[in-house]
Write a protein that binds this ligand. Structure first.
Ligand SMILES: [Zn+2]
Length: 450
């Protein structure tokens, strides 16, 4: 089972400088490769990432674009993994694009990476670094201090160094043997989870889980800091005499205050991302730990993001991330995940009699069924409908410990057992979960290992 551990690096100034240069190199090589790809494709050739890499290797120490002001090839100062990997990434990006296109899904071709816009990072092959407890020895920079030791035991597959605001992180991918990666579930419940706007998650037991509270304050601060930064940008534009759109390649006059403002904003955005990630981790761990089957809606996030009123709240909950976490944790806990087709009308069906309320508006929090007269809380009703999908899927598959494919309405809704009264209610949080929501720590794995 492939698992990753992302560890913060306590980097020295010199190491940070190297990381930034290596990330810049990776970005620049990507842009070079993409430009070449586009040029070849436009002239009717069939571009190939490996051939591009060979072509790049021929010019990288001689082409004037890749020489510094003294005429020396500056790429020699950067480890080759940083400038070899972008070719593999580009090949992957193109094949994903063509795959999506073939499947008739929305896709965009690989884009150029802009400094300050694209995330900073670069790759390290598994034979190029080694870990020694709370430090790692990386090519070119030597020993770096890590905030914690690697959590997983297994074969190290590779790593990447990336930046979030002012900090650098080492993400290590490990192939963990299944017997070490597996976790014991504490319950065998079957749950439906309605992901929403008013509450981050509503469980079919009726429990409502609110989104993380620090987020609200942080979002207010985010508005303030973005406003401050945009004022500084305005001032810089005024100083440079620019009216309207900034022409590509223009450099605004540098200002320490603007840099500081940008950094303050980036720090806050990183904090917001951490708060969200932490919340999502705790929720998904709990769902996988306490249930043998969990059904969630495979929401059409793209479509919903187009709705400006809803978008803020949806991004807060981070549906993509939530689904990603559910998938890999399901494998670890042997939990069955059912993704309801996004057309499944979970909110509109009466969980009592199955009648469909075709006129339910988005803002209606509660409704009464015209068929049986039952009073429904919108979200709880939807969660119960989803729970029924999970029960149906579980019965059909006799609880194989793998994440299921998306279940379409026809396949799983079926007649289904009515009521769902046999389901154990999902319990409230006990002391069993540690503060980080990251399950057991490495020490625990070691003791199980021996
Ligand atoms: Zn009804």
């Amino acid at each position: 089972m492939l698992l990753a551990h992302r560890i913060r690096i306590d980097a020295t100034a010199a190491q940070r400088d190297y990381f930034a240069r290596a990330a810049g190199t990776a970005r620049r090589v990507w842009n070079w490769a993409l430009a070449e790809w586009n040029r070849q494709a436009a002239s009717g050739q069939r571009p190939n990432a490996m051939a591009l890499k060979k072509a790049f290797n021929r010019i990288k120490y001689s082409d004037p674009d890749w020489l510094d002001s003294d005429g020396n090839p500056w790429l020699r100062a950067i480890h080759r993994d940083a400038h070899a990997q972008p070719f593999a990434n580009l090949a992957k990006a193109w094949s994903r694009y063509f795959e999506l296109r073939r499947a008739g899904q929305p896709a965009h071709a690989p884009r150029f990476k802009k400094k300050g816009r694209a995330p900073d990072g670069f790759y390290l092959a598994n034979d190029r670094f080694r870990l020694e407890g709370r430090s790692a020895v990386l090519p070119k920079v030597g020993r770096v201090a890590l905030r914690e030791a690697l959590r997983w035991h297994g074969k190290i597959m590779g790593a990447s160094v990336s930046r979030e605001a002012a900090h650098w992180y080492l993400a290590i991918q490990v192939d963990v043997p299944d017997y070490l990666a597996r976790r014991r579930r504490t319950g065998d419940a079957v749950s439906g989870v309605d992901l929403g706007v008013t509450n981050a998650a509503t469980l079919s037991s009726g429990e409502k889980i609110a989104g993380p509270r620090p987020l609200k304050a942080a979002l207010r601060r985010l508005r303030i800091r973005s406003r401050r930064l945009s004022r500084k940008l305005e001032a810089a534009r005024a100083a440079a005499g620019i009216i309207g759109r900034i022409v590509k390649g223009t450099c605004l006059p540098a200002s320490k205050n603007r840099t500081k403002g940008a950094l303050a904003l980036a720090r806050l955005q990183a904090r917001i991302a951490r708060v969200r990630r932490d919340f999502t981790h705790k929720l998904t761990t709990r769902l996988c730990r306490e249930n043998q089957a969990v059904a969630v809606e495979d929401l059409n996030v793209r479509g919903m993001l187009a709705n400006a009123r809803l978008s803020r709240a949806i991004i807060d909950v981070g549906f993509y991330e939530l689904r990603r976490q559910l998938r890999y944790k399901a494998a670890r806990y042997g939990t069955h995940i059912v993704l309801a087709d996004r057309w499944y009308p979970s909110s509109k069906l009466c969980s009592g009699c199955g009648a469909r309320n075709g006129v339910l508006a988005l803002g209606e929090r509660a409704w009464t069924c015209a068929g049986c007269g039952a009073q429904h809380d919108r979200d709880v009703n939807a969660a119960i409908n989803l729970q029924r999908l999970a029960t149906g899927a579980l019965a059909a598959r006799t609880a194989l410990p793998e994440a299921s494919q998306a279940v379409t309405r026809g396949a799983a809704a079926g007649p289904g057992p009515a009521g769902g009264g046999e389901v154990t209610p999902v319990r409230h949080e006990h002391g069993q979960q540690d503060g980080s929501g990251q399950e057991e720590n490495a020490v625990h794995i070691c003791t199980r290992n021996r």
